[in-house]
Design a protein around this ligand. Sequence first.
Ligand SMILES: Nc1ncnc2c1ncn2[C@@H]1O[C@H](COP(=O)(O)OP(=O)(O)OP(=O)(O)O)[C@@H](O)[C@H]1O
Ligand SMILES: [Mg+2]
Length: 324
Amino acid sequence: MAGRQLKEIFRAFHARDELAFRRAAMEIIEEEQAKHHNALARDLQKLLVAGGGSLDSGSTIVVPAPPKDREGEWDLGEVREPDRLLEDLILNKTVSSALENIVEEVRQWPGLDAAGLPRRQRLLLQGPPGCGKTTAAEAIAAELGRPLLIVRLDAVVSSYLGETASNLRRILEYADQAPFVVLFDEFDALGRSRDDASEHGEMKRVVTAFLQMTDRYRGPSLLLAATNHPALLDEALWRRFDEVLTFGLPTVHQLRQVLRLRLKSVAHSGLEIDRYASTLKGRPHAAAEKLVVDARRNALMRDSAIVTGEDVDRALPGITSRPW
Ligand SMILES: Nc1ncnc2c1ncn2[C@@H]1O[C@H](COP(=O)(O)OP(=O)(O)OP(=O)(O)O)[C@@H](O)[C@H]1O
Ligand SMILES: [Mg+2]
């Protein structure tokens, strides 16, 4: 057995990185098979499977079901296998290199720990709707080969006094069990109690509680919070995150890039992409994506496999007239 694999297994144990552990374990089993140590290879395989998981997919991560609220009624989170990549996103250079750096840095956490350097583990993604915050969280998880744990804030926020904090604690304990990318999506909802007129004050209070609770979090998961609520930023709460990434509205050039990307695998003819991008100016990336989807639907409705300028022009008013 190579020293490299042994080191990898110890490192994976230390980082509680199940995926890395399984990868190294599979390498060892394959090596033993190659040496015709069949009985040993079979025993190791059995032990790995007994721990749960499938052998034909090394990337399958087996995690227990997410916790429920106190009444056992609602799941506090949902685990997803992410399938978006960073290359699916059109972002400005600052944000895209920040995302790449984060991914690389998470891979290097053991090295940072060993050097006594702080990890950047709690990030805030902020910006207007439809500019890629949720998608970026998915892409970070996919790039890291980690499952995405989406926290269900509607279930976490309870009308019972003190219950919100205990739900938060429960979901964080869960995120301690395996290396997830955890997304507190629409994070501002944390403080939005149902019948509280002073909604803003309540939001601040609960978000502060979240920040305190996660202040010393050094578990295996990366914690992401996303918001499009500017009030959160007015309160300087953002300063307490390790990093804040601002997703801005796209330029016309970026809208053009989104249109091209979404049309890449679509048969089309006679499209005036520059004009559509200019018409969409001031709207989010999601608008460009929806334009392509709506145009494709129009083409399908007239039984055509090819999207034409007419299909796009028919879709445009619906996109430009709605608020984004
Ligand atoms: N930067 C981008 N590049 C390419 N596509 C994008 C980008 N941003 C958003 N999209 C597309 O728009 C849709 C909505 O994006 P997403 O849900 O990530 O936005 P969001 O910032 O989380 O919005 P909200 O604040 O409403 O939650 C997605 O399907 C995504 O593919
Ligand atoms: Mg979102």
